[in-house]
Design a protein around this ligand. Structure first.
Ligand code: PNS
Length: 168
């Protein structure tokens, strides 16, 4: 059995970009794990119109959690279960905002368990302030000139501004 001191959980996702919702959930997850790896996936099950490159996402998340030494940020290619095994992490944390998330999350959790029987997924509920928030909506609102300053941290806001300026 792994000692409680070294219990590591994975928080996987696309994080394009990381929002306050993700951030709050990751900090909350430290109540159940000693260390958390925020795992930025190169391949997402959701087909998305990406904005930030994988390395840019990692860098932004590192900036957001610069104050928290128990959170580490890594990117991975291929299957989540393979990455989890490689990192010695058998607990996956995912956020559930609404019932609409549930079907997709359940499918993923079951598929992951089918692929690796030792993996466990736990779902955490973000603060109600963030229940409407998604990275895809943040991207869309920012692209259309809306104010997302209450939805993302300062480094992300800066990143969004420079990204969208370059895109013009
Ligand atoms: O933030 P997202 O896009 O909802 O996160 C989805 C993610 C990245 C967790 C999922 O697509 C994933 O685990 N991708 C890695 C590839 C993989 O293992 N696919 C099978 C998942 S059942």
């Amino acid at each position: 059995m792994k000692s409680r001191r070294g219990f590591v959980a994975l928080y996987p996702g696309s994080f394009d970009p990381i929002t306050h919702g993700h951030e709050e959930l990751a900090r909350r997850a430290l109540a159940v794990a000693d260390r958390l790896i925020v795992a930025v996936a190169s391949t997402s099950t959701h087909d998305k119109h990406g904005l930030f490159g994988i390395d840019e996402r990692v860098r932004l998340i590192e900036e957001v959690f610069a104050d928290e030494e128990r959170i580490e940020v890594k990117s991975f290619e291929g299957l989540l279960v393979d990455f989890a095994r490689q990192e010695g992490a058998s607990l996956v944390i995912r956020g559930l905002r609404a019932v609409s998330d549930f079907e997709y999350e359940l499918q993923m959790a079951q598929m992951n368990r089918e692929l690796w029987g030792e993996i466990e997924t736990i779902f955490m509920v973000p603060d109600v302030r963030y229940s409407f928030l998604s990275a895809s909506l943040v991207r869309e609102v920012a692209r259309l000139g809306g104010d997302v300053s209450k939805m993302v941290s300062k480094p992300v806001l800066k990143g969004l501004k420079s990204k969208l300026k370059k895109a013009k």
